[in-house]
Design a protein around this ligand. Sequence first.
Ligand code: FUL
Length: 492
Amino acid sequence: MDRRRFLLAGSATAALGAFGLPRLGRADAAPLPVAGPRPRPTPQQLRWQRDELAMFVHLTVNTFTGKEWGDGTESPTIFNPRKLDARQWARTAKQAGFRSMILTAKHHDGFCLWPTATTQHSVKNSPWKNGHGDVVREFTDACRAEGLGAGLYLSPWDRNAPSYGSGAAYNDFYITQLTELLTHYGKIVEVWFDGANGEGPNGRKQAYDWPRIHATVRKLQPDAVMFSDAGPDVRWIGDEQGTAGETCWSSVDPASVPYPGYDRPWAGDLLGHGDPHGSTWRPGESDVSIRPGWFWHAEQNDQVRTPDGLMELYFSSVGRNSKLLLNVPPNRDGLFEPEDIAALQGFTKLRTQRFATDLLQGGTVRASSGDATQAVLDPDPDTHWSAAPTARNGWLEIALPRAIEFDTLELGEAIALGQGIANYRVEHWDGSAWQPLTWGTTIGHRKLARFDPVRTSKLRVLLEFAYATPRLARVAAYRGPDRRYGPGHDEK
Ligand code: FUL
């Protein structure tokens, strides 16, 4: 965080009113009219976001060739993950707190991990299980056995299919593949559409029939969310580094990124930040790999992200109103490597340590307006404090029965009713004055901030401007394992 900007923001608006409470921006002006309806999540989008952590699993012929993008000429005979154990993947994900997994059923090379009727380029022609194997089946069974949601990635770009680039024939072929995946494997929670649209084996590009693709998913799996740069349900966050915009709205203007693969220099920014005036609820998913590559490469076994590195990703994705989709690629045996499993265990330990105890429990909350103020201390995301309906700013003050020391703050909006808070500041009482602690733009489902440990028995959240009635479902404070972050940490 830019300390200077923070102090300026603080001093510009910190004029105190009666009782030492701040007058916030427009508090003295006539209340703004109640805004028109703002977008809200569907139950499926809400569930998707509340899951917070999903695991990506990239596996195909690339695992055996060492490439990141196969060119479609690979022989199915190279695919032989002899000890493949999808239960090992699912157990690892479950133990690390992930709620769903997404498998690359087909990557750009066109090799199908299930015995599809559409092509010979599949596990049917692999030595693995003598051509009787089905990775999608083992994967979906394993997810269910561990209580995880199962999601599938089916690359529209297919560098093997002879019909690719032909128009209608490839679209029919793709819809048939999608139909197989969405009808033979039970409930699918997320369908992941990559925007890549390169050339096929005959050098031609394909015009994908997105309306038909979307309608097929809706019909066959009405509870699944669809991912792509252009949604329609969840959007790409605009980079593959696991970094959501610090300002991150779950709403977008659908016309700004009209179709998947809309490759414009500004699209990344639009996706990273969303749009407070956007008509459509389309929250951002941050996909990133635990290793430099999406696929397993022996030489990257010593380049697995550390537990601390994974925590950074958590703060820059989940902690910025996004969802983390972390890729963990199986090796040539079809197993996660011990290095990746150890990193995930370390990550879990760090999260558990940091978020084990909410230090605000037992506090007393009062607010500028509205009732149910205590609801912000209740971890249930469906209970919330709401300011007066016409309010577009407000504050909450939390008084504690004892002094606490904390270095992490969590805020959460009641997103079932939409996202409206545009900027906020948090201050703590040092015994004689309010001191700035953290500030930000947008909250959404979850906003996390870290700072050097602070000792206090009182803090307040100043909601400076909201596009709709401010509603907070969560305010919590934690003390992580001993470590100092220093000013500016979250901006790096
Ligand atoms: C990209 C693909 O080209 C990568 O290979 C990977 O699958 C990533 C998740 O999406 O667009």
